[in-house]
Write a protein that binds this ligand. Structure first.
Ligand code: NOJ
Length: 549
């Protein structure tokens, strides 16, 4: 067992975490000032979303200079200080790394634009027009065509994301050599690993064929997701960088089947440590479409989670476990009740996650039950993906009201609200004007939550501690107890020494369920539970963890 299989990762979105200089944007010194808080929570690793020099069209996922810290976040010396201070507290640092694409402001792309003969031109994916049009019908993840025409070159470049994020050409070995050199630069700083952004998209089908559009998923992704050489490239990265540095690595693997996730993460293949996949958070995509008002059935959610648990476990793969991140709306608003049962809901989600096999992730604010932003006007949004989606919805005939409702439910901006530290102005995030305004009055903050008796923060602490001490949670097998139960998710983890049982009531009504003999309560999100003669009565959003030794 590796240490990171028992530890918890805390994801920081630096822009929204803690501002130290009053410019309204979170920064490195802000993070340093909160390390004691994170140490108290008990996490073992921090994942920092990108802080490299960037024009910020995709909040740092558009890198203009891989070797520098963006001044809005601080300096390299401050970054090194953060690294040391985290290490002094026994916390590892994982940097986010984006190598599928760069910013169009990156020097490589600026050179590439100069001429077809420029040595950097082939660093990106260019094609001539076909009958005066785009080279194929692929759709950008941020809406519209994935190709942008450059009249001076009479060519299109590929951008799977924003138009300002041209895709790198991984077939060019000079690109690979540059990337490896850069990864080693950060390894030499003493970081502990990488989170690799959209890493399963780096190897495209050489012929870039049209996709079929038979379903919303046949939009090009069949020809670039888990492409022909991706495992080769990752193994090369492992040999060059990850292995020699004993790195913890997590691959962002969207639209990936279990068979592929196993290949990426089975240690024998020497690629990545763990797979961050999204099937469970797409459970409310109506007809496979994200930008819809979604509903979900608990049985769909438990089916997906269970399939990943069982098959990854059986084939030696390793899951990253999460509900929220900077690309997802808050799960508490989406899957449970962020009103009357807010505390119970936050704890229920935490318990369900921490009971599964894999490495759990906490996204900043989960530990204080932060909820969706519920913006009421498009002008409040900043994120290109959400704004493009809004306009695409309006164009397709959806009313403004409906489009806003959809964004309230699905936009990733929901989770990018500044962290709520205390009851002062802007929740103590900044003394200046926050880059994204916390608009609603919310009495949840670190300060107010910690004052409560049985609070969400302490519940997470208990779970983090349990993960370190109960071996069965790391390597025990998994079993879903009732695949037809649409109200209560019950599963077991077991090994030859004993069993853990998790039961989570995902409804606002009381539910009665049978429990086998011999189980004792080890954690619950209400103060007391009623376990009588093999029957448990679960109150609204109640979740319990029981043990049988
Ligand atoms: C995934 C990142 O998490 C997301 O925030 C970003 O927009 C895309 N990759 C493009 O880099």
């Amino acid at each position: 067992m590796k240490e990171w299989q028992k530890e918890t990762v805390y994801q920081i979105y630096p822009r929204s975490f803690q501002d130290s200089n009053g410019d309204g944007i979170g920064d490195i010194n802000g993070i340093i000032s909160r390390l004691d808080y994170l140490q108290k929570l008990g996490i073992g690793l921090i994942w920092l979303t990108p802080m490299y020099v960037s024009p910020g069209n995709d909040n740092g996922y558009d890198i203009a200079d891989y070797y520098q810290i963006d001044p809005v976040f601080g300096t390299m010396a401050e970054f090194e200080n953060l690294l040391n201070q985290a290490h002094e507290r026994g916390i590892k640092i994982i940097m986010d790394m984006v190598v599928n694409h760069t910013s169009d402001q990156n020097r490589w792309f600026q050179e590439a634009l100069k001429s077809k003969d420029n040595p950097y031109h082939d660093y990106y994916i260019w094609r001539d027009p076909v009958d005066g049009h785009e080279p194929n019908n692929w759709v950008s993840k941020f809406s519209g065509s994935a190709w942008k025409y450059v009249p001076e070159l009479d060519q299109y470049y590929l951008h799977l994301y924003d138009v300002t994020q041209p895709d790198l050409n991984w077939r060019n070995e000079k690109v690979r050599a540059e990337i490896f050199k850069m990864l080693k630069f950060w390894a030499n700083k003493g970081i502990d690993g990488f989170r690799l952004d959209v890493i399963n998209n780096i190897s495209k089908d050489k012929n870039l064929p049209n996709d079929t559009f038979k379903t919303p998923l046949d939009d090009g992704r069949n020809f670039y997701t888990n492409g022909p050489h991706v495992h080769e490239y990752l193994h090369e990265m492992y040999e060059e960088v990850f292995g020699p540095n004993n790195f913890v690595t997590v691959g962002e693997l969207s639209s990936t089947p279990i068979s592929e996730a196993v290949k990426y993460t089975n240690p024998k293949r020497q690629e990545l440590s763990m797979a961050f996949t999204f099937h469970h958070v797409k459970v409310d995509y109506t007809g496979g479409k994200k930008w819809t008002l979604g509903h979900y059935k608990l049985t769909d959610l438990t089916r997906i989670l269970s399939e990943w648990q069982v098959k990854m476990g059986a084939q030696g793969g390793w899951n990253a476990l999460f509900w929220d991140n900077h690309d997802q709306p808050r799960a508490i608003s989406r899957f449970t009740d962020d009103g009357k049962y807010r505390d119970q809901s936050a704890k229920l989600l935490a318990m369900v996650e921490f009971g599964l096999q894999g490495t759990p992730y906490i996204y900043q604010g989960d530990e204080i039950a932060m909820k969706n932003a519920y913006f009421t006007d498009i002008s409040q949004y900043n994120d290109h993906e959400s704004i493009n989606a809004y306009h695409a919805l309006i164009k397709s005939g959806v009313s403004k009201d409906e489009a806003i409702k959809i964004l309230q439910q699905k936009s990733r901006e929901n989770s990018r609200l500044p962290m709520q530290w205390d009851s002062s102005k802007n929740y103590g995030f900044t003394t200046g004007q926050p880059w994204l305004k916390p608009i609603h009055h919310d009495d949840y903050s670190v300060e107010t939550v910690l004052k409560k008796k049985s609070n969400v923060f302490n519940f997470y602490r208990a779970l983090i501690f349990m993960r370190k001490n109960k071996q069965v949670l790391t390597d025990g097998a998994y079993k879903l107890l009732d695949s037809h139960d649409n109200s209560v998710y019950s599963y077991e983890r077991f090994d030859d020494k004993g069993k853990i049982l998790v039961m989570a009531n995902f409804t606002g009504e009381t539910q009665e369920r049978k429990v086998a003999d011999g189980f004792n309560l080890i954690l619950g999100n209400y103060d007391n539970i009623e376990l009588n003669n093999g029957t448990v009565t679960l109150r609204p959003y109640e979740s319990i963890m029981l043990e049988n030794k």
